[in-house]
Design a protein around this ligand. Structure first.
Ligand code: CU
Length: 166
């Protein structure tokens, strides 16, 4: 019986991932900190950290995670993510366990926007090749105000956990 329950849980997980590209709806916010930082004047100053892609278990779809920090006094918005490795990259939030595609995510003034497993995430679709552990995927991030940023995203194991580094 226990085995049945575990199998059912794994199936639900697989279905959730498979449904990842079809999310839509009207949800609220990005999950990032709210910050009324307008008015302090300094432009957004963006930097990227903690980026990684778990080695994809599917040949045509992958997830990606990163943190974008804003050391400036003006909020900005992440509006596009592109890469030569994928025909399309979409940005998703996770609300109540359901994925929702978003056109943009706010990066608050003096705050950060976090994409992490179980929360906001990038979905790489129509993969042109399947990234392997140890390789690097190049991303270009587009913003509403700031110039574009290039990110070299390392490919980790399929079960990589950033808090343990394994
Ligand atoms: Cu998703």
């Amino acid at each position: 019986m226990r085995r049945t329950i575990l199998t059912a849980a794994a199936l639900v997980g697989a279905l959730t991932l498979a449904g990842c590209g079809t999310g839509q709806g009207s949800g609220t916010g990005s999950g990032s900190d709210k910050n009324a930082g307008d008015g302090s004047g300094s432009a957004a100053e963006l930097s990227v950290s903690a980026s990684y892609m778990p080695r994809p278990v599917s040949a045509d779809m992958a997830a990606g995670f990163l943190t974008i920090s804003n050391n400036g006094g003006t909020q900005d918005e992440l509006t596009s993510v592109t890469s030569d490795v994928a025909g399309q990259i979409t940005m998703h939030s996770t609300v109540g366990g359901a994925m929702e595609e978003k056109a943009s995510f706010v990066i608050p003034a003096h705050g950060r926007l976090v994409f992490r497993s179980g929360g906001n995430h990038l979905m790489f679709e129509k993969l042109r090749h399947r990234p392997e552990q140890g390789q690097t995927v190049t991303l270009r991030l587009g913003f509403a105000k700031s110039g574009p940023l290039t990110v070299e995203m390392p490919v980790k194991s399929a079960t990589y956990n950033p808090s343990t580094g394994r």
